[in-house]
Design a protein around this ligand. Structure first.
Ligand code: SAH
Length: 239
């Protein structure tokens, strides 16, 4: 009995803390929905897919940021994650996920694991996620974090994502979370016919555009600029 009371005393504040984040996460989803309405002329839609909103509602962003950023975890902006990198703005994560049109049977490749947050959001919706990160400590800690959170359908590898992850190909969707000067040909090759790739394209200091690349069933590739964005650069030896 005494232990039970102690348990209650200990569990109370923990539950309250989780509840606080739940409410913050719900408010964040509301902000994302408002941003989507405000940018509807770019996105060609007023609302995001229900599965995407549900994933944004359930992934605990506060578990993907450094301790000193936890209080900012549910602000709709990018946050530093060390090594000069950032966890993307939640609105951007949400629209990139939505533009992929993810389905439960899909296999997705992410280039730029960073904190692992985008991978976790995708993993809530699709069958499996392969994610590549070029900075070893970031990749290692994202892998541990995703494991701890129970995302056993995500695989993380340290390497240069410009070249994709050929062993897992072809992919129904590819999402690149760092800006490149062009669409990497190896990624295009690893995209399934009928698949979609979302990638920021542009230069490091000038305009960057979020680009939707579609590969038709006959292999024809079309691209469409969606909206201006700001990402950290895709590094590595390719350029
Ligand atoms: N998707 C991440 C955002 C990370 S920011 C998240 O949800 O937190 C972009 C990441 O891309 C950085 O971690 C950076 O190190 C990584 N990156 C840059 N160039 C890369 C490359 N060539 N291959 C793999 N990762 C790369």
């Amino acid at each position: 009995m005494r232990y039970l009371i102690l348990l209650f005393l200990l569990a109370g504040p923990l539950v309250a803390a989780e509840d606080r984040f739940l409410a913050e996460r719900e408010a964040l989803v509301g902000e994302i929905e408002a941003d989507v309405r405000a940018t509807r002329s770019y996105l060609d839609t007023e609302t995001l897919d229900a599965a995407v909103l549900e994933a944004m509602r359930s992934v605990p962003r506060h578990r993907f940021v450094p301790d000193d950023e936890v209080e900012h975890a549910y602000e709709n902006r990018p946050l530093p994650i060390g090594h000069g990198q950032t966890i993307s703005q939640p609105y951007i994560v949400a629209i990139m996920t939505d533009l992929l049109e993810p389905a439960p049977e899909h296999k997705v490749l992410e280039v730029g694991t960073g904190s692992g947050y985008q991978a976790a959001v995708l993993a809530e919706i699709v069958e499996s996620v392969h994610s590549i990160e070029i900075i070893e400590p970031l990749g290692e800690s994202a892998r541990r974090r995703l494991e701890k959170l129970g995302h056993d359908n995500v695989q993380v590898r340290v390497g240069d994502g410009y070249y994709g992850w050929p062993e897992g190909a072809p992919y129904d969707g590819i999402v690149v979370t760092a800006v490149a000067s062009h669409v990497p040909p190896p990624l295009l090759q690893q995209l399934k016919p009928g698949g979609r790739m979302i990638i920021p394209v542009g230069s490091r200091f000038l305009t960057q555009q979020l680009v939707l690349v579609e590969k038709a069933a006959d292999g024809t590739v079309t691209t469409q600029q969606i909206l201006p964005v700001r990402f950290v650069p895709l590094t590595g030896g390719h350029d």
